[in-house]
Every structure is written in structure tokens, then in C-alpha cells.
Design a protein around this ligand. Structure first.
Ligand SMILES: C[S@@+](CC[C@H](N)C(=O)[O-])C[C@H]1O[C@@H](n2cnc3c(N)ncnc32)[C@H](O)[C@@H]1O
Length: 190
């Protein structure tokens, strides 16, 4: 058979079968919906400050809501914690997964394409955030309802409205502040 004819005849079928294989195996590359805030990473020094502030250790399960490249979860896993990161952007989830592999903490972490407002937070003992003030306030009732007493929440840059933090940190970012809260018995009664 003429080689050019063979390629002409065979290529469309090969491409179609490769596309269908990709469709069944590959993760989705289109976000389920538009993100509520754009990606901007927390500086690594601030990640360390907040992971220390939350006193993360091997008994913790750390969730980063809007995980970006996974740096909070990877830092937590380096302290022996289990970590889960959620983001609407599949490319960031893939990047975070690769970072965890590169840092050799992939056995303790998972990343998923999820809307943070639909994630069950009850298994988490620590939540890390770098969102927006209005998103923090929108998350607040869910944090109070689903997290156990003693769980810690840390946020780069933004507070939680009139929920006073347990600690405030001066950090070298354009927003200059970071925060720590702890879930207390009164939050479960609210
Ligand atoms: C400012 S970045 C913070 C990234 C990372 N947590 C850090 O501190 O380096 C916020 C992230 O939240 C994600 N995001 C925004 N809205 C979301 C939502 N509703 N569900 C899941 N992820 C969301 C964005 O895609 C972005 O990666």
C-alpha cells in the first residue's frame, strides 16, 4: 500500500481512538465553574508561619480550600500530617500533585478538582485559606458547623468579619496580616 495513502487512511482512526482513550482516562481540563478568586500563591515564608501557628503535626488532617500549587498541603505533609487540597482549576490540581511527588510527600496528600463550598470539611483538623474577605465570611457557617472543637483555621491576608482571631501575625505581603482561629464549643451552638 502507498505510504501516504496508509497515513491518510489510518491517522483519523488513530486520533479518534487516542482522543477517546484520553477522554476516559485523563482528568477534566475544564473547570466546573469560574473560580471565586484568581490564583496568587502565599509566599513560602508565610506558609511556614501559618503551619507553625496551627501547630500542624502527624495527627492532623489539613485541608487547603483553593489549594493552588499545593504549597500549604505539601508543607503540612512535611510535618507528617495528611493533606487534601481542593481547587476549581484542574491545571493547578495537576501542578500541586506534581509538586507533592517532587517533594516526596505524595503518599500523604491528595488534590482534587472541587468547589470548596461543596466539600465535607468534617474530617479536617486544620483549614488553610487565602481567598477573599467575603469568601471567608461565606465559609464561616460551614466551618463552625462541620469542624470539630479544637480545629484550627489559618488565613493569609483576610479576616472573618466580626469573628475575632485568636492570633494575628504581621507578615511581609502586600496585605501585611495573617490570622489564626480555633473552633470553640460556642461555635457548635451557634
Ligand atoms: C489566592 S489563590 C491561593 C492558593 C493557595 N491556597 C496559596 O495560598 O498559595 C486562591 C485559589 O482558590 C481557587 N478557587 C477560587 N474559588 C474556588 C472555589 N469556589 N472552589 C475551589 N477553588 C477555588 C483559585 O483557583 C485559586 O487557585
Amino acid at each position: 500500500m502507498d505510504r501516504r495513502f496508509f497515513l491518510h487512511a489510518a491517522l483519523p482512526a488513530a486520533i479518534a481512538s487516542s482522543a477517546s482513550a484520553q477522554n476516559s482516562a485523563a482528568p477534566p481540563c475544564v473547570p466546573p465553574r469560574t473560580a471565586d478568586v484568581v490564583y496568587e500563591p502565599t509566599p513560602l515564608a508565610v506558609v511556614e508561619t501559618l503551619i507553625n501557628a496551627a501547630n500542624v503535626g502527624p495527627r492532623d488532617r489539613v485541608y487547603d480550600l483553593g489549594c493552588g500549587d499545593g504549597r500549604f498541603v505539601v508543607a503540612a505533609a512535611r510535618r507528617g500530617a495528611q493533606g487534601l487540597g481542593f481547587d476549581l482549576n484542574p491545571n493547578l490540581v495537576e501542578w500541586a500533585t506534581a509538586n507533592a511527588l517532587a517533594e516526596r510527600v505524595d503518599e500523604r496528600v491528595r488534590f482534587a478538582v472541587r468547589d470548596i463550598f461543596t466539600v465535607d470539611l468534617s474530617p479536617a483538623s486544620v483549614i488553610t485559606l487565602y481567598l477573599l474577605p467575603e469568601l471567608n465570611v461565606k465559609l464561616r457557617p460551614k466551618l463552625w458547623k462541620e469542624l470539630a472543637v479544637g480545629s484550627r483555621i489559618v488565613s493569609n491576608a483576610f479576616d472573618m468579619g466580626d469573628w475575632a482571631p485568636d492570633r494575628t501575625f504581621d507578615v511581609p505581603t502586600r496585605y501585611r496580616k495573617a490570622f489564626l482561629w480555633t473552633i470553640k464549643p460556642e461555635h457548635k451552638r451557634a
